[in-house]
Design a protein around this ligand. Structure first.
Ligand code: GTP
Ligand code: MG
Length: 255
């Protein structure tokens, strides 16, 4: 077929295919969610409904992209780990990040009403997305450890900060000053001695974030028997230590 004289502009598109045999992570993060959470009445410091909506949106992404073997979410962010050898979109970086980010955002809006039935969205939420490559198993584990450590540090800070304000009657500035320079042991102590909160018994979803993985689960059949089916399940577990990886060796092994 004859090509138009404009065809040459295609050459301006650059090849952005990710290196072969490398872990691909797409991370999405809410844009300006400090404001979005305030405007939509999110509970402080954690809103279980909001976090559950994030988990629902991430599950939609994993249902669509079968090559995502694990996802990890906390606060307004979610990381999706593609199998090292995935050929999805010929490993094109922008295709991967835009498709994941777009589906995540539309699912967030699609399911909004199930989690916030009495609150109408005041404006359309926005998530950014990026693709990052990690060459070794240690790198991908360290990446996930970094995000879970971030969850722990922020959640301990926010839990103490809001206890000082909501239960202790401090202003935000007073609470900020009180926490300046404190270590995690100090925050645990403030929570326990002033507010009778044992941080270690706070819900695991808040302290550890959410891991999504595929597991074989038994489903009941009409004849009374059972059948194994692969399902996406939510787990609120430690992914920094070795235990999770030792019991899930398939995640880091090439298939
Ligand atoms: P950008 O990502 O740079 O656009 O800014 P951001 O305002 O989204 O901040 P960031 O991603 O660093 O942090 C997420 C913010 O979302 C937190 O600082 C909180 O203000 C808010 N947030 C996330 N989850 C919750 C929640 O469960 N409850 C409340 N109240 N706020 C939350
Ligand atoms: Mg954000």
């Amino acid at each position: 077929m004859a090509k138009s004289k404009f065809e040459y502009v295609r050459l301006f598109e650059v090849d952005d295919r990710c290196l072969p045999n490398t872990w691909i992570v797409v991370r999405v993060d809410g844009k300006g969610f400090h404001k979005f959470s305030t405007e939509h009445g999110y509970e402080k410091p954690n809103d279980i409904k909001a976090l559950s909506l994030m988990n629902r949106a991430a599950t939609s992404v994993m249902e669509e992209f079968k090559d995502i073997c694990l996802a990890y979410g906390q606060s307004d962010e979610y990381s999706f780990v593609f199998r090292k050898e995935t050929q999805a979109y010929s490993r094109r970086s922008a295709k991967l990040s835009t498709n994941v980010c777009s589906l995540f955002t539309s699912a967030f809006v699609y399911y909004w009403n199930e989690y916030f039935p009495t609150i109408k969205p005041r404006y359309p939420p926005v998530f950014d997305g990026r693709t990052v490559l990690y060459p070794s198993n240690q790198n991908i584990r360290d990446y996930l450890s970094w995000r879970q450590a971030d969850c722990h540090i922020n959640n301990l800070y926010n839990t103490t900060f809001w206890a000082l304000i909501l239960k202790g009657g401090l202003t935000p500035t007073e609470a900020e000053n009180k926490l300046k320079g404190t270590l995690s042991g100090d925050k645990n102590e403030i929570l326990f001695s002033q507010f009778a909160i044992n941080y270690n018994t706070e819900p695991e979803m808040l302290r550890k974030g959410t891991v999504l993985v595929r597991r074989k689960v038994a489903v009941a059949l009409p004849n009374g028997g059972t059948r194994e089916k692969s399902q996406i399940v939510q787990e609120h577990v430690d992914i920094i230590g070795d235990e999770f990886w030792n019991t899930n060796t398939h995640l880091l092994t090439l298939t």
